[in-house]
Design a protein around this ligand. Structure first.
Ligand code: ADP
Ligand code: 5GP
Length: 198
């Protein structure tokens, strides 16, 4: 496959845990200047307090996940800090056919799989300017165990090595500035207009 199918666009957002991907995406969706939709991933990680099945993730057992992967149900999938995560393929393809701009909040391994299948996907990497800030934010978020925070911080260093593969790097030190920067990127993609054939 060499081109994004349909008329929509694929926009990948990656970055270390705690970089603020989810916060930025919620704000972009709230501003709603573009035909943006967020893909809901499947995962084998347990839900955090307040997370809802089908809204934040499709929470699955390892066996359910493996079965779906074997059936070709994922556009990409990867293992991250002890759990599986994957992008449901059919839903994304339907949205693209429908002209939507589909946001994928996925890790660096998944992002590379997407770029290979869809070279016109736009890859955005979100980071902060210091490693200590990821730790501060993860502790403040308070959703992971101490061991998980450590594993995610180790993973952050590895993820930063993937920066050169990304089309854009956004430093999320100040939230408003980072949202505006991504807005600028999205405006460049389509000038806020209905999507053209990609
Ligand atoms: P990710 O999805 O990348 O793991 P989150 O969006 O969950 O990150 O953000 C992690 C924590 O950092 C949250 O508590 C969030 O409120 C906070 N946060 C996000 N962006 C900023 C920012 N620019 N400045 C300070 N705190 C932030
Ligand atoms: P979290 O457990 O914090 O929700 O997510 C952990 C990591 O998994 C984040 O880097 C997030 O972007 C990534 N992730 C979430 N969904 C997917 C997915 O469908 N595919 C891949 N490859 N990574 C995902």
């Amino acid at each position: 496959m060499s081109r994004t199918s349909g008329r929509g666009k694929l926009i990948v957002i990656s970055g270390p845990s705690g970089s603020g991907k989810n916060t930025l995406i919620r704000e972009l969706l709230r501003r709603s200047k573009w035909p943006l939709v967020l893909s809901v991933s499947a995962t084998t990680r347990p839900p955090r307090p307040g997370e809802k099945d089908g809204v934040d993730y499709f929470f699955m057992t390892d066996e359910q996940f493996r079965r779906l992967a074997d059936q070709g149900g994922f556009l990409e999938y990867a293992r991250y800090v002890g759990h599986w995560y994957g992008t449901p393929r059919e839903w994304v393809e339907r949205q693209l056919e429908d002209g939507k701009w589909v946001l994928l909040e996925i890790d660096v391994q998944g992002a590379l799989q997407i770029k290979q299948k869809h070279p016109d996907a736009v890859l955005i990497f979100v980071r902060t300017s210091s490693l200590q800030e990821y730790e501060r934010r993860l502790r403040q978020r308070g959703t992971e165990s101490e061991q998980d925070i450590k594993r995610r911080l180790e993973q952050a260093k590895r993820e930063l090595e993937y920066l050169p593969y990304y089309d854009y790097v956004v430093t999320n030190d100040e939230l408003e500035q980072a949202v505006n920067q991504i807005e600028g990127i999205l405006d460049q993609l389509g000038g806020g207009q209905a999507c053209t054939q990609s």
